[in-house]
Design a protein around this ligand. Structure first.
Ligand SMILES: Nc1ncnc2c1ncn2[C@@H]1O[C@H](COP(=O)(O)OP(=O)(O)O)[C@@H](O)[C@H]1O
Ligand SMILES: [Mg+2]
Length: 168
């Protein structure tokens, strides 16, 4: 939350530097795997071989991916979650798929807005501030990346982030 405030003051913004994101992503997957290993969560991580050279602020990008994994877990009753990373057409593509409650087409238009949470029935048994995805979008925008969403109510959600590769 502090970081979000800092970003919005427009002062700081990001310190992008060239980095191979694969080792960081691998570590993140291991840590998330450890975190959920005591819960009824099935998690797989599949990272295409080779380097992932991008211009990023690793701290924020890791936070963003962790936010997406956290959502995948929070909004799924019997979570089966996968993270896949590939290089496609000059982009690093990271896809996070879950089998959770999904997001309706109307709500899909709004979930990247600050404070927006799907508010129906018992949904707010799940705690949150509605800030995660607006933060994720800011981080991806700062890296000239793209974020896209495919989701079906009751079936699950696939979020893809694409970050330009600096070479290769
Ligand atoms: N993987 C997902 N599956 C279903 N709904 C989701 C998923 N990710 C996000 N959402 C919906 O989008 C809203 C906004 O997400 P987010 O910004 O991360 O806020 P928070 O998780 O704090 O509520 C969530 O409250 C939830 O309703
Ligand atoms: Mg969240």
């Amino acid at each position: 939350v502090l970081d979000l405030a800092r970003m919005e003051s427009g002062k700081d913004i990001f310190n992008l530097s060239e980095t191979d994101f694969r080792p960081a992503l691998k570590k993140l997957c291991q840590d998330f795997g450890t975190l959920v290993s005591l819960e009824e969560v099935r998690f797989t991580c599949d990272l295409e071989e080779g380097a992932y050279p991008i211009r990023a602020e690793v701290f924020h990008l890791e936070n963003a991916v962790n936010n997406l994994l956290d959502n995948a877990k929070k909004y799924s009753d019997d979570p089966v979650i996968s993270l896949r990373a590939t290089r496609e057409n000059g982009y690093l593509v990271i896809r996070i798929q879950d089998n959770g409650r999904g997001i309706s087409p109307e709500d899909q238009k709004r979930i990247f807005q600050k404070y927006f949470r799907v508010g129906e029935g018992d949904l707010h048994n799940v705690k949150g501030y509605g800030l995660g995805l607006s933060y994720v979008k800011k981080v991806i925008d700062a890296m000239k990346g793209k974020i896209s969403l495919q989701s079906k109510l009751g079936q699950g959600t696939l979020i893809s982030i694409q970050i330009p590769l600096t070479h290769g």
